[in-house]
Design a binder for this molecule. Structure first.
Ligand code: SF4
Length: 465
């Protein structure tokens, strides 16, 4: 019998579910990062989505051009709030708009024309990023060659990302393509005006709702110079010189370790992994980074000062949040970054899931949750519905796509993907996160939904009641 009732017709899903318990030798042997089972209405994104939406998209002064049909570009516009200091970055989306005749006769000319037109419309752009899609890959358009021609024509780097949607099993492959393409085409193509001995790159932070402003000043207060952020609010010119930083500080290990590894191999740049959410994690991140440069004393001063500022508010929220049980479903690493943060507030993670996590992500989740915790890989909506009804978490932390399930079931919900208010990183962000969770848990609307909602006769709600 399937672990979840809704999986009766796709029992293959069972191996993507694990309940932490005895006899597992401390190993999370869950199936993950594999092709979606036919019939499973997955919530995953495609390779293009991971490359365009997560890694390339936040670069603030590049024209982000999708080479494909308009449908692929639809969700590239305004979906992810990776805010930046650029006038055109979030306002516009660019697409070569492949139609039937382009598919039959080829889209290379149209792509070249699109690059030239976009560059004429936005001459302030410092480069053009072209993202390949399923359609243009299948008809064999040579976007790489077009990028070479366009680079000569417009005199700026035109970078082609081979991120056609079908290339991987999820958006995770797109992160890899994004890392590799930026590394090969931009990193190391210029030298910085100054070469500081106290310089770092922040890798794997995408400046969701301004996350960077919560912790950048803390690293700077220690005495560190940030060369580049990969890729939140970063400029093309900063990516070109990021090979000169003395240390890579990796926040999202799933989407940015690739570029760190390539920099280590080619330039010998060491890296450390950090978590920039939560009081303890943020303090540790500052300590570990400072220790590399011998700036421990400066770090302690910054930590003491900043923690003192937020602790009264954290204490207030801790009293209100303690004892609450949470189910987290995030794209990848947040599902293992956050159980510790929630524990700081006295909350317990009773379930966790990711859309595209790999084995190492699930192992980290496993090590951070208690026995009995429900772990599921790439859950679909019927599974989420059944989990919420049976696990009965006090709070569901997930993303844009899942919030409607929570709303309909009357389960308090916080958007951990693109945040409710945010930012959530750093010390001040932790206060925002705690406040948003408290607001969600205290809102009277959930009771109203529950009181008014009528279960569908014979539906899942009745079955699991
Ligand atoms: S899977 Fe292919 S067609 Fe669909 S959005 Fe991604 S690139 Fe476009």
């Amino acid at each position: 019998m399937a672990v979840l009732k809704c999986d009766a017709t796709i029992p293959e899903r069972d191996k993507h579910i694990l309940i932490k318990g005895e006899g597992q030798d401390g190993k999370c042997s869950i199936a993950c990062n594999s092709a979606t089972t036919p019939g499973d209405m997955t919530e995953r994104g495609c390779t293009y989505a991971g490359c365009r939406g997560v890694v390339g998209g936040p670069v603030q002064d590049a024209i982000q051009l999708t080479h494909g049909p308009i449908g692929c570009a639809f969700f590239s516009w305004g979906y992810r709030p990776h805010i930046a200091d650029s006038d055109f970055h979030m306002k516009y989306t660019f697409v070569s708009d492949m139609d039937e005749s382009n598919v039959v006769f080829g889209g290379e000319k149209k792509l070249l024309q699109s690059i030239i037109e976009a560059n004429e419309a936005f001459p302030e752009a410092k480069g053009v990023f072209i993202y390949n899609t399923c359609t243009t890959a299948l008809i064999g358009d040579d976007g790489k060659d077009v990028a070479k021609i366009a680079t000569e024509k417009i005199g700026k780097p035109v970078v082609f990302f081979p991120c056609e949607g079908f290339r991987g099993v999820s958006q995770s492959a797109g992160h890899h393509v994004g890392n590799e393409t930026i590394f090969k085409n931009l990193v190391g193509t210029a030298e910085p005006e100054e070469d500081s001995a106290y310089s770092i790159n922040i890798l794997g932070d995408y400046n969701i709702k301004g996350d960077l402003r919560t912790f950048e000043p803390l690293f700077e207060a220690i005495g560190l110079n940030i060369v580049a952020r990969f890729t939140g609010n970063v400029k093309v010119d900063e990516l070109k010189v990021m090979h000169r930083a003395k240390l890579n500080v990796i926040h999202c290990a799933r989407s940015a370790t690739y570029v760190a590894d390539m920099m280590e191999t080619k330039y010998g740049t060491p890296s450390i992994n950090v978590t920039l959410w939560g009081i303890e994690n943020m303090s540790k991140a500052l300590r570990d980074t400072a220790a590399f440069f011998g700036l421990e004393h400066e770090a302690e001063k910054v930590i003491k000062r900043e923690v003192a500022k937020v602790m009264p508010k954290i204490e207030y929220y801790r009293k209100r949040l303690a004892g609450k049980k949470v189910f987290i479903y995030q794209g990848g690493p947040r599902a293992w970054h956050w159980p510790e943060l929630l524990a700081e507030l006295g909350m317990e993670t009773i379930g966790a899931a990711t859309t595209f996590g790999h084995a190492d992500d699930y192992q980290k989740i496993y090590e951070k949750v208690n026995d009995g915790a429900f772990i599921i890989d790439n859950p679909n909506v019927p599974e989420l519905e059944e989990i919420l009804l049976t696990l009965k978490p006090d709070l569901f932390i997930s993303g844009n796509k899942e919030k409607y399930v929570a709303y309909k079931l009357g389960v308090p919900f916080v958007n951990g993907h693109t945040y409710e208010t945010g930012p959530y990183a750093g010390f001040s962000g932790m206060v925002n996160f705690a406040r948003d969770m408290d607001k969600a848990l205290s809102a009277p609307v959930w009771k109203l939904v529950k009181d008014m909602a009528q279960p569908v006769p014979g539906g899942l709600e009745e079955e699991v009641a």
